[in-house]
Design a protein around this ligand. Structure first.
Ligand code: GRF
Length: 205
């Protein structure tokens, strides 16, 4: 699986994927390029440290033209023969152009138990709502915001003392395990989609 990783910021999930690859835990996943719409994304520097090509693609000239930007992204991805995309803190909505080019081949990680608390500040949403358990979800990307079929989830307790920062940190640790695991399962052909349901086959590892 030739993986393209799309980022906008810190890049800790991207790093977890690159580390898993380095440690031999993603034998079938070859991360070939990291793309950021933000020039100052720390993720770009981390990707280079891992020897992965890191590219800044400015989205500002494409204001109001989502497909125009995605066309550029597609050109870069196709040139590198990317066949699977992981969004890792990529703060843009993916257009139909991209979804059509990578049908069921784009995944995302979200810091809540979907379908609860989609969108921004999911951890704060969960605290404000008063739920006692939140977590993270890896899901296929579809036309909506965090609405696609769910692949894996991990549950994380919310403590009375939590604020957005402490809960985010607790959830993040689980994200860093869950995302590489989901990519490994997909790359080994263990993940089947049936409508909204995703089935994991014979995962003996
Ligand atoms: C993570 O919390 C992820 O779940 C969400 O955006 C954040 C990205 O963090 N989609 P990082 O850039 O991977 O550190």
């Amino acid at each position: 699986m030739r993986l393209g990783i799309l980022v906008s910021g810190r890049g800790s999930n991207m790093k977890a994927i690159l580390e898993a690859r380095r440690n031999g835990k993603l034998p079938n996943v070859e991360p070939v390029v990291v793309l950021s719409n933000k020039e100052d994304a720390p993720a770009l520097g981390i990707a280079k440290e891992f020897g992965v090509e890191a590219i800044f693609l400015d989205s500002r000239p494409y204001k109001g033209n989502r497909e125009g930007y995605d066309q550029k992204l597609l050109e870069v991805l196709k040139k590198r023969e990317v066949d699977f995309i992981a969004l890792a803190g990529f703060m843009r909505i993916i257009s139909k152009l991209m979804l059509d080019a990578f049908p069921n081949r784009i995944v995302n990680i979200h810091p809540a138990l979907l379908p609860s608390f989609p969108g921004l500040h999911a951890q704060k949403q969960a605290i404000d709502y008063g739920v006692k358990i939140s977590g993270c979800s890896v899901h296929f990307v579809d036309f909506g915001v965090d609405t696609g079929p769910i692949i894996l989830q991990a549950a994380v307790p919310i403590l009375d003392t939590d604020d957005e920062e402490t809960l985010s940190a607790r959830i993040l640790k689980f994200e860093h395990v869950l995302y590489p695991k989901a990519l490994d399962l997909i790359s080994r052909g263990k993940v089947k989609i049936d409508g909204r349901r995703v089935f994991i086959e014979d995962d003996e590892d």
